[in-house]
Design a protein around this ligand. Structure first.
Ligand code: SF4
Length: 262
């Protein structure tokens, strides 16, 4: 995933996965020369993000890694809490996911990163595969790992913890005394992901290895899926407002921004 002299941006939320990822990549630097820069996105979630932000800042400082913070408030004009006050009937994660993905990509590009490393573990990936299937979103499934159409504006993502179960990441973080607060985002319970996660955990208990099987099946069919999807004409457009690559003439990020200002 990482080549010699790459400049790697790490999405550092300050949670167990991203802190573990940062520490492991920092250790790896002893054997392979490459650069690390940490990026934190502050969604603006009262009572939650400020704690993990502190951890992120401290971690980057302790390891001597350059750290950049980008916030919804500054980049979008509203914090996630403010967005939810306006849009009470909506599910927070549908907004949050779109904005965070955009800001992470933009931030990684701004710091001239070759790749963006994210802390998604085996559980996250198994959940994402199942969610896309359950929502009948084959196109999203096909581009889960990487975009279907390459564009220089996309910084490619790597997921070094892809085959590491969440439990193992948590145990590693505890055994190594990482200063992690295991509190979950207060909005997480609203998410479809929370439901899928519960179901998968239950299935894993009864049929161990299920999460690995889901992710391995996805990786085995990923190329065929991409090929199948690209047989339908896929056209990369540029958003007419922000100029970022998008499937439509106005990207979801700009549509949401317009909705917030209404
Ligand atoms: Fe955003 Fe949802 Fe994750 Fe909370 S759980 S940080 S609202 S995507």
């Amino acid at each position: 995933m990482i080549n010699k002299n790459d400049r790697i941006a790490v999405g550092l939320s300050g949670g167990k996965d991203s802190v573990t990822l940062l520490r492991l990549l920092h250790r790896l630097q002893k054997d392979l020369p490459f650069e690390l820069v940490a990026i934190t996105i502050d969604e603006g979630i009262a009572g939650y993000r400020s704690k993990t932000l502190e951890v992120a800042e401290q971690e980057a400082k302790n390891l001597g890694i350059e750290h950049k913070i980008f916030s919804y408030k500054k980049e979008v004009g509203l914090s996630l809490d403010e967005i939810m006050e306006k849009k009470q009937e909506k599910i927070p994660c549908s907004y949050c996911g779109v904005i965070r993905r955009r800001l992470l990509n933009q931030a990684a590009r701004e710091i001239h990163a070759d790749k963006l490393a994210v802390g998604h573990n085996l559980d996250d990936m198994a959940q994402s595969v199942m969610m896309n299937i359950m929502r009948n979103e084959p196109l999203r499934l096909a581009r889960l790992n990487e975009p279907l159409i390459q564009d220089e504006k996309f910084v490619s993502r790597i997921r070094p913890l892809l085959r590491t179960p969440e439990k193992e990441v948590a145990i590693y973080a505890i055994l190594n005394d990482f200063p992690i607060d295991f509190q979950e985002c207060p909005y997480a319970r609203h998410a479809f992901r929370a439901h899928v996660r519960e179901q998968l955990n239950e299935t894993e208990e009864r049929y161990p290895g299920t999460k690995f099987k889901i992710v391995n099946s996805f990786l085995a069919i990923e190329d065929a899926l991409k090929k199948g999807m690209s047989e339908k004409p896929l056209e990369m457009k540029m958003c007419g407002q922000c100029g970022e690559p998008s499937g439509q003439s106005k990207c979801m990020f700009c549509s949401m921004r317009e909705e917030f200002s209404a």
